[in-house]
Every structure is written in C-alpha cells, then in structure tokens.
Design a protein around this ligand. Sequence first.
Ligand code: PGA
Length: 920
Amino acid sequence: MRDGDKDALGTDIRLLGGMLGEVIRQVAGGNAFELEEHLRGRAKELRTSHSVEEARRLRDELERLELADLRTLIRAFTVFFDLVNLAEQRARIRVLRARTRQADPLPIAESVESALRQLRLRGVTAQQLQEFFAQAQLVPTFTAHPSEARRRTVLDKLRHMNQAMDQLERQDLLPRERERCRRDMKEEIESLWQSDLVRVLRPTVLDEVRHGLEVVEGTLLEVVPRLYRDLEDGMEKVYPELVGRLPSLVRFRSWIGGDRDGNPNVDHLTTAKTVAMHQQAILEVYLQRMNDLGRRLSQTTQFAPLSPELAASLKADCELLPEVSPSAGHEPYRLKCRAIVARLERTRRYLETLDLRWSEDPVAPPPGVYLGGDELHDDLRLMMDSLEASKAHAAANGALRDMARLVDVFGLHLMTLDIRQHSGRHTNALHEVFAWAGVCSHYATLSADEKFGLLASELESSRPLIPTHLPFSEETVEVIQTFRSIAAILERQCPEAVQTYIISLTTQPAHLLEVLLFCREAGLFRPSAGVSRLDIVPLFETLEALHSGVAILTQLLELPVYRRHVALRGDRQEVMIGYSDSNKESGFLQSVWALYRVQIELKEMGERAGVAVPFFHGRGGSIGRGGGPANKGIQAQPAGTVAGRLRLTEQGEMIADRYGHPAIAERHLDQVLHATLLASFPTEDAAPPADWEAIMERLASSSRGHYRALVYEDPDFLRYFEQATPIEEIAQLKLGSRPSRRTTSRRIDDLRAIPWVFSWMQSRHTLPGWYGLGSAMEEYINDEPNGLETLQAMYERWPFWNTAIANAEMILSKADLTIARLYADLVVDQRLASRVFGRIEQEYNRSVKMVCRVAKQGALLERMPVLQRSIQQRNPYVDPLSFIQTVLLRRLRSGDSGEELQAGVLESINGVAAGLKNTG
Ligand code: PGA
C-alpha cells in the first residue's frame, strides 16, 4: 500500500471513528466514551509488555464494572470494527484501481491477462488453449455455512455507508451535498449503535436463500459480463489468432436450500422452493433487460437488413405468440425483444402454477415456455449475428452481448443447486426399503462388501423397489421424496437446476451405489434409455476415507453399472475433498498433505480407468478449515490435478469479504481464474522431487502424532477445551439455520468443524491452524544433517509447502497466548489448566520459531507488511473484547444465568469475530 493509500485509509478511519465517538457521547453519554478510551489505552500498553500479570490486572479491573457498562464497551469496539472493516474494504478498492491505472498497458499481477502471457511464454499454443476453454469449468459454490457473524441488517447499513463515502470522494460535490452524505452516514452509525448486533432469531433456510440471491443480484450480474470482456480483451492481446466469443468457463452454484446434511430444516419442499426463487429472481432480471433492449434496438429493416434466420424465427414467434403484435415488423429487433419478453412472461406464469408432484411419466411444458437457458440464448445469438451482419457492431457487442453472457452463465436457473446428504441417511432409508420389499431384513448391519454385492445385483436388475405410495418412516420418506422432487424439477421446471448429489462422510463404495439406486427408483438413472441425470459425488473428509479414496473409486469403476452411469455423465467422476474435518481429526499439516496426495492418486486412477476426476474443494475461511488466499491455494495444488476443472466452496464470512462489492468480486474472480489457468498448464518442473514428498510424509505423520497426542489422547484436553473456550456459548449463536451439532454427544469427533475452529479462534489459541507443525519440523531438523536447508529449499521452490507455511504464519499471527492464558484461567482445575496451556504454549513458541527459520525471517509476517499492520492496528481493539468476554464467561459459569448476561457473551463473540475477521 502506498503512502497516499495509507493516508486515505487513515482519513476514512478517522472520519468513521469520529462519527462513532459522537454517537457514543450522544446516546450512551460522555462517561461511556471516556471508559472506552481508557480501556483502549490500557490494552495498547499491554501490547508492549505482553505480561500475563498485567493482563490479569486489567481483567480484574473490568470485573468490577456493571454488566450494562461492559455491554456498552462491547458495542463500542464491535461497531468500531465494522467501520474499520468497511474502511479497509474501501482501501482495497482504491489500491486495485491505482494498480490498474499504473500497470496499464501491462497487465496487473495475478490477472487473467498476466496468466495468458505466462502461458504464451511456457509455449502453450492457441490450439491447446482453445481446447482448454472448450472444457474448462471454474465453479465457485456458495454455501450457507454458519460462520458469518454479522447480521444482514448490519451488512446493509455498511453497504449504505459505503455508497455515501463514495459520494463524498467526488470532487465536484456541493457543500450541501457533502453535508447530506455526512448526515446519511451519521444516521446509519447511530442506528447501528441502537440495533441488535447479534441475531435474535435463527434465520430460516429461505432467509439464507434470499441472502445468497442478494450476492448474485448485488454484484455478480454486474461483474460477470465485465469479467468476460476483460478475458476476451486479454485473449485478443496475447493470443490474437484465437478469435470469437469465449465459452463461459466460470459458473456459480449454491448449496443454500440444497445442503441437508445435519440440517433438518432443509427438506424436499425447501429445495423446490429454492429453485423457484432462483428462477423468479433471474426471470425478473431478464425481463428488465429485455424491455430495456427493446427500447434501445430500434434499427429498422431499411437501414439494417435482417438475417434470414432471424426473419424465420420472428415468423415462428408471431405464430406462436398471439400476444405479440407484429405491427412493429419494420423494427425487427424490437419485435424480437417483445417476443422474448412474452416467452419469459409465459415461463414465469408457468412456474407460478407448476405442480411438482412426481409421476413416472414426464409431462411436457406448454408451448412458448423456455425450459432451460439454451433456447433463450439461441434467440439472442440470432439477434447478435444479424446485427453484426448489418454492420451494427456496437449494438451487437453492447448490452445485447452482456445479456447473452448472463444467459450463458446463469441460464434460467441462476445457480445450479447442489444436494448434499449424509451417507448414514441413505443407508438407513435403504435398510427400511429393503426390509419392506423383502430383499434383506438387516441391510444396515451388513459388511461393506456385502452391501456392495447386494446393491450391485439390485442395480443390475430392473425390478422396482419403491412403491408410488410410501409406507415408510418420515426420514425414509424424505430421502425418497428428495430424489423424486429432483426428478420433477429437472423434467418440468428446469433441466439445469440440479446436477450434483454429494454424499458427506463417504467411507465405502456402497455409499455411492445407494444413491445410484435411489436415482434409479426416481427415474433419474435409466441406463437402458441412456439417461443419468446426476453426478454422484463422494465427499472424502476423514484421513481413512482420504486414504481409501482410490480403492473406493476403483471398485466402483470396475462395476459395469456404475461405469455406465459415469459414461453417461461424460466419463467424469467428480470428487469432493473436505479440509475441515480432516483438519479436526489429524491436525493442519497431515490434513493438507493427505488432501494433496489423494488428488494425485485419484487423478492417476482416473487416467487408468479413462475417467476424468475433477476436484471440488470444501474449504472455509479460516486456516483450520482450509482457508487462506484462494489464488495461492489453487496454485499449490498438485501438478496436473486442476486441468481446467475446479470447484470451491465460498462460505460464511468469506462471501461478504469476496463478493460484497463488485470491484472486489471482480478482482477475486480474476485472481482465481489466473491461478486456474496457470495450474492447468503446469511447468515441466512443477512436480516436486520424490524425496520432498517422502519428507512431507514424515512431517505430516509426525505432526499428526503430536496433534492427536494433545487433542485425542490427553485425558484432560476435552475439559480444557470446554472450559477455556466459549464452545458452549457459540452453539447458542443463531448464525445459520442449521444446528451446531449433529448429535448431542460431547465428543470432539462428533462436533462439527465450524464451532471447533470458531471457539479456538475466539479464545485466541487458534490451534487448529498450526498445532503439531512446530514439533514435526523441529524433530526433522534435529534428526537430519541438512534438515533446515532442505525445508528452506522446499519453501522457496515448492508452492505446496510455501503456501502451507504462509498460511500457518498467518494464523499463528492471529493467536495471542497472553490472552489465551486468561481463557485458561476460566478452567476450574487450575493445575490441569496450567499443564494443558503449557503444552499449547510450548508448541506455539516452537511453531513460530520453526516457521521463521524455514521462511528465513526474524518475525512472523515480515514479508506481508499490509497484513502485519492490519493485525497490529486491530489488536488494541480486539483485546478489550477478549478481556470482557472472559469476565462475562466467568460470571455466566458461576451460575448467573440472566438473559442480559447471555446476550453480552454473544455480543462479545460477535465483536471478536469482527475484529479477527474470521469466525470459524
Ligand atoms: P460441514 O462443513 O460441517 O458442513 O461439512 C465443515 C466446514 O466447512 O468447516
């Protein structure tokens, strides 16, 4: 960041901070403001001493305050963070603009154009690139994972303020306009101060769907056409021999309303409703755009002759659509726009009255209705080609082309909805079906091989198992209805609406066959008719599942009926890999390494079987859940595993962070595309030497050993975790529609990954992101004569290892062991607390030391000054929130159960999350 940018950031923060100060004085009084200033000053001093004793003194001082004062303090720091985050977002946008201005005409770093230039240098030919674009698919997938702590109301207010600040930057603003902007901002800050900062009501699934829609409507519809224009411009500069429009390689998917794993609030009706909401939203957009185009495209046949193809299609339209008056025949483009509007309206009416009840016989929709995006796209293309032929280049390539791009990317479905369900649900449902049908009375207790054998023979035969009327338990009926409603949606509503069924906790081949059997029963898999409508995707997340991924898929691909299904899906078997659960089970290093290895092994297996294996990366925002910069993460994937096909989840707080503003969303997608292009054409030497892989194997397994020795084998650890983190209180946060636990068990194994990481983040230990790493490296360096030099060489030359260390460095910097010690003070048995904390602290120090040595630097983040500064500037404000949180937790746990107190704890959790910019 240049000095000017820093100044602008400082000015924004002062402006916002000043307004907040005014609001605090006005609403909460001068004393509240003084108290906040005092606490901030004390916390700042503490930052220099890092003394636990001093920290305890400050905590004890806070201990004497009334709850109401503590809550006011929480509010002051939390709102301040919301404002700082806004200022930082604005600074990012400023930097992006300045960089683009400076770089021009050269491409900016990590952009699509810079990737294309590198590919040219690597000798990638135009032909190769064309083939790549023909099959490439980059698919960010939005999920409703409950890790966005901020309410939508808060995000809305911030967005509003952002607009007012944009206005303020205009040079030609009149004094009264300036005053109005300031008043607007003040109004928002004041109402932020007086609003609930945490959610009082749990959002429903449909609330979450609406939230997802806002992202698309707010940013993506604007960004996507621009992104492709830049891509096409870049191509024209670097590969001028490749002419023509580029296929849409970035598409978006969603899990919101489709992911039912552990969320009883998502059922088949919700899923159908979600698809309908997606469709209504995009139809609305298209109607608006087509009406607008109808006004613009006033070319007449006299001055812009129309193509015979468009003439024929207009004729057909007029016959089909009596509601379109052909009187505007001399303005054929207008007429065509009206015809499209009429068809879109018919589609909308059709969808509103659609009966989605499943039946075995497909019912065709009425004439004139667009069932998918293809027909609409064809209509637009006819217009573009005809305009182009009549030399109306600007009209052919302007708003009409953007509309065509939207249709290509968003179709009539907006985002394809993935379905995800836990493997156990299918096993149980099938157990009941088999027993009822007299096939097997004890399916659930069969061995993995027996299950496989039974399913294979059922799939080979064609006898139906499930009657139309469903005489089963509620759970089983819901599983069956899910498949049936997908079939009805695809048949009657939109063929692109759902394409994938993901099975979480896949551990054996039968888990995929179970789903295939349900597909067959619902008519989604009809091999004799050459139809298989869903990709069945295993989600491998435990270490054991990751290790047996190859065996599982090999066995499946050797089974003719499964292989036939894969052939019908284009000889492609997508695999999803889960970062969080493997991390929770095995620690950071073993997890990322196992994920790396399994990709190589599955890719090789795919090559042997003649099947492409694209990967879907299930990663969250924080490092302990596979987070970190997306661009680096993609380039760190094993050579040859990306090959133009990549899916990744965009979850929780990352959605607002990456897609909350069009300029930032555009940059994010540009970087992700850049990384995908480079990773798809790896250099010859991209694969690491075999001995480095062997070293990683050793480091990973040793790190796992250290991690598990603490987390799973230390008998006191669970108690420490429950008492030294706000895990119980996090479960009360109403961040999402799904419950925070799958079961009522207290075991770490059964806890979902989000609250696990979330609670370590709050208590400032951040251990899921690094624990075990330090010991593994230290052992290696001590045991091997040139150990340190080797790890340093790996860091310099191997993106995988470099990224792992950089991510660990980032999360180690967010830890604060002085404050973590105050959380340890909450543990009732202090001997236990000191012992467990001591272990963690030692490993922390070791990890910091080792990371610095391997990265050859004196302190963490030395080479990431922007992040370092951001963390340093934030800490004096985050720390008071942590102090207050420990005070409130102590009161809560000593039996005070007042609602106000509980609210205070939840508010402090929300505040720390805003301050650390990561939740779980
Ligand atoms: P899951 O996600 O619990 O929905 O599988 C885990 C995560 O994203 O951390």
